[in-house]
Design a protein around this ligand. Structure first.
Ligand code: HEC
Ligand code: HEC
Length: 194
């Protein structure tokens, strides 16, 4: 069972990440992050399809995702070489650096029909109850506002197909059974948020 398989490593993750781990240091993070910039942008503003922006993500969210990449719980071959062998402190430092950068969204033109549909769905499914008012993220829950639309859509599709289990199974449950057009509407709506 997926839940049980994930539960044990996650308990370890939470222990490691809890009070014992030191605070991230943004300046140190920047110095170590040079090899990230080619894909994610120097200020964490991605200009590349399907590559997420990291600017203004809650540090806890970024830390947990880097941890999941390192432990291959979020198994993305593109990302693995950049986190392999990194200490928890390195991951905290990356997270602190990108959390302190300013997100400069560059959304596609707004499509009123998809925007409206996305607004209705996000109300009904209560996306803000976890992702925060204005969808700016909180704790280990991602900022969605202003994220690249293509990346957000890809992420939603991964959750729906159970290809991304995440720190818990909340996301797969929330969007269970939604048709592809609704996932696209949600991604469009979130990308338009400031
Ligand atoms: C060769 C391109 C590339 C490089 C270099 C790279 N990444 Fe990534 N990164 C990606 C891709 C692609 C994804 C999305 C993977 C997916 O979900 O399929 C990603 C995802 C992430 C995420 C998850 C963001 C989210 O919203 O869930 C974080 C955090 C991240 N990268 C941090 C880093 C850091 C820190 C470095 C440098 C140490 C780095 N990346 C280097 C391509 C890259
Ligand atoms: C019960 C809490 C909860 C609700 C409600 C919720 N989410 Fe999430 N969401 C999470 C958590 C926790 C994560 C991080 C999971 C992980 O580790 O992959 C997440 C991650 C995401 C991501 C990945 C972000 C990234 O940068 O990779 C997207 C996209 C997303 N949620 C969209 C939505 C949308 C759209 C809704 C409403 C339809 C929604 N979420 C409702 C908890 C929630």
């Amino acid at each position: 069972m997926t839940v049980l398989r994930i539960a044990a490593p996650l308990a370890v993750a939470l222990l490691l990440a809890s009070p014992a781990a030191a605070e991230g240091d943004a300046a140190r993070g920047k110095a170590k992050a040079e090899q990230c910039f080619g894909c994610h942008g120097e200020t964490g503003n991605s200009t590349m399809p399907n590559i997420p922006s990291l600017a203004q993500q809650p540090a806890a969210y970024t830390f947990f995702q880097l941890f999941l990449f390192r432990e291959k719980l979020r198994n993305v071959p593109t990302m693995t070489p950049f986190v392999e062998g990194r200490s928890d402190q390195d991951l905290e430092d990356f997270a602190a650096y990108f959390a302190g950068q300013k997100l400069e969204p560059d959304p596609e033109p707004r499509d009123d029909v998809r925007f409206q549909r996305g607004a209705e769905l996000s109300q009904r499914l209560r996306c803000a109850s976890c992702h925060g008012a204005g969808y700016v993220g909180q704790a280990q829950m991602a900022r969605l506002a202003g994220q690249r639309e293509d990346y957000t859509l890809m992420a939603l599709e991964q959750y729906q197909k159970n290809e991304r289990t995440g720190i818990d199974t909340n996301m797969t449950a929330v969007i269970y059974g939604l048709p592809a057009a609704d996932l696209a509407a949600l991604a469009h709506y979130m990308a338009q948020q400031k």
